[in-house]
Write a new protein. Structure first.
Length: 125
């Protein structure tokens, strides 16, 4: 088992002002593009998800990451003509400390979605 200090971590920022479905799609797009663009780690990277309020917040995050020398993909969604997500390259050890100021993503409870998901889970149980 790899120690946390040695394990690669990829950080993904997703806009909270998008629908849940779009958040998933856009985070996936950004992560896929980063995977094409940056050197692949030898081990599978853990993914940490952070919220961004809106497109301007993403620009602020991108500026911060650039100031710290962290390579990242700022994903542009042509269908809505906006930037929607950021994915960093895989990060290791002490360099991850620059991410400590961010809080991890927490999805707001969606009772309708939760009820549907519960039915699916019950079906397969």
């Amino acid at each position: 088992m790899i120690k946390a200090k040695e394990r690669p971590y990829t950080y993904v920022f997703i806009r909270n002002d998008l629908s849940y479905a779009q958040q998933i799609v856009q985070a996936s797009h950004a992560t896929l593009e980063a995977g094409f663009k940056f050197k692949q780690p030898e081990e599978i990277s853990s993914i940490v998800l952070f919220p961004a309020k809106d497109e301007n917040d993403l620009f602020d995050v991108s500026k911060y990451l650039r100031s710290k020398g962290i390579e990242h993909e700022l994903f542009y969604e042509p269908d809505i003509e906006q930037y929607t997500a950021i994915s960093t390259r895989a990060m290791f050890g002490e360099e991850r400390a620059v991410m400590a100021e961010y809080r991890t993503y927490r999805a707001k409870a969606d009772k309708k979605w939760h009820k549907r998901l519960s039915k699916v889970v019950d079906y397969f149980a």
